[in-house]
Design a protein around this ligand. Structure first.
Ligand SMILES: Cc1cc2nc3c(=O)[nH]c(=O)nc-3n(C[C@H](O)[C@H](O)[C@H](O)COP(=O)(O)OP(=O)(O)OC[C@H]3O[C@@H](n4cnc5c(N)ncnc54)[C@H](O)[C@@H]3O)c2cc1C
Length: 342
């Protein structure tokens, strides 16, 4: 079937993933409104193809050419939609840049998202892995989202419970995988704002700036400074941030490991489980700063894999597998990648 949608074929994705790896899409379509998705749903050729919904490409590893249709979400718009005694409700379209959206809320005097400053990517991808940093996850301020469901062709609203948020997890990695396109996300930003200073990095940075009563803007500025120091800029060296999730173990496993490695970094969780620091485990195996072909492990942070120039996605995946094998052998802990492999 012929169609009037501006589909481009054999389209390079190199500039659309922050690892900067070369891979092409069989078909590529920018999405600027839900109408485009409805047109795709009606097009028998396009709807039959495997689909990849793409935002900023900062949490994917393209290990090969994508044999289907890439839907590149660019829907724009931010507005305050409601308020009550507790919160101001702000809705942002999926194609808005996450960091710019956070800055928009702060410029409008709305605190809450400041600890999540400078996370790359789009608003629409933020719920997929329930992005988090410096003591906050988006689920803490999430109100609802609208999605387009390719199975039904309908738009649906999901509330927080329906999104089933977990640590770097949501319903979009399970039941709604490959089926839902997030169109917009609404956040409930509290009227009674309180600073979240659970992370020592943040309090230390504020102390260094002699700030004792931080505003949301102060915390954002501190987080931006910390992240700029710690994490490589994808515009300079390709990466997808933390490559592995922090593994969650039982207290019995932690205690057994502490017997052998008394220095091991670990964080007790409210549910009784324990999070280990994946970066520490990788560092102990001697991987920090290592290079394998054109892929490597970042010098300042063992949790970040990098493209040193011209690496393929497959090369980065091989390096990740070698790290996983070493950590499993030494600590009997399985590391799970954070980015989506394609
Ligand atoms: C330097 C750096 C630092 C990072 N730091 C953090 C951090 O501190 N905390 C954190 O949680 N993450 C972090 N990340 C990971 C990344 O920024 C987030 O996961 C971000 O939400 C990905 O957004 P994106 O638009 O780039 O998604 P993409 O990489 O384009 O897509 C990621 C996944 O979401 C799906 N998706 C994207 N848009 C939509 C949509 N509209 N509807 C349905 N599905 C969609 C894709 O299909 C894919 O499965 C970091 C990444 C980098 C490069």
């Amino acid at each position: 079937m012929t169609h009037s949608l501006p589909v481009q074929y054999n389209f390079s994705l190199r500039d659309l993933n922050t690892f900067g790896v070369q891979a092409s899409a069989h078909a590529y379509l920018p999405v600027t409104s839900v109408d485009t998705l409805q047109d795709v749903k009606r097009d028998t050729d396009l709807v039959a193809m495997p689909r990849l919904v793409l935002g900023g490409g900062s949490n994917i590893l393209l290990t090969r050419d994508f044999p289907g249709l890439v839907l590149h979400v660019g829907i724009k718009g931010i507005e305050i939609v409601d308020e009550d005694a507790d919160a101001t409700y702000v809705r942002a379209a999926a194609g808005e840049n996450w960091h710019q959206f956070v800055q928009w809320t702060l410029a409008h005097g709305l605190g809450g998202l400041e600890n999540l400053s400078l996370i790359p990517g789009s608003v629409g991808a933020a719920p997929i892995q329930n992005i988090g940093a410096y003591g906050i996850e988006i689920k803490d301020l999430f109100h609802s989202l609208t999605l387009f469901d390719f199975e039904t062709g309908e738009q649906t609203t999901l509330n927080k419970a329906e999104c089933m948020f977990g640590y770097r997890d949501s319903v979009f990695k399970h039941r709604l995988r490959d089926r839902a396109v997030v169109l917009d996300v609404t956040f409930a930003l509290p009227k009674q704002w309180q600073p979240n200073l659970r992370y020592a990095d943040v309090t230390n940075e504020l102390a260094a700036r002699s700030i004792t009563q931080p505003t949301a803007q102060d915390i954002s500025a501190a987080v931006i400074a910390i992240r700029t120091r710690k994490l490589p800029d994808p515009a300079v060296i390709g990466n997808a941030g933390s490559f592995f999730k922090n593994p969650v173990v039982t207290t019995a496993q932690r205690d057994a490991l502490l017997q052998r490695y008394p220095q091991m970094v670990n964080y007790a969780q409210p549910d009784g489980s324990v999070k280990l620091a994946a970066g520490w485990l990788i560092d102990q195996c001697g991987w920090k700063g290592k290079t394998a072909g054109a892929a490597g492990v970042y010098e300042n942070q063992a949790l970040v894999l990098v493209n040193r120039g011209g690496a393929s996605g497959a090369e980065i995946a091989q390096l990740a597998a070698a790290i996983q094998a070493d950590v499993a052998q030494r600590f009997d802990v399985q590391l799970e990648p954070e980015p989506i492999f394609l």
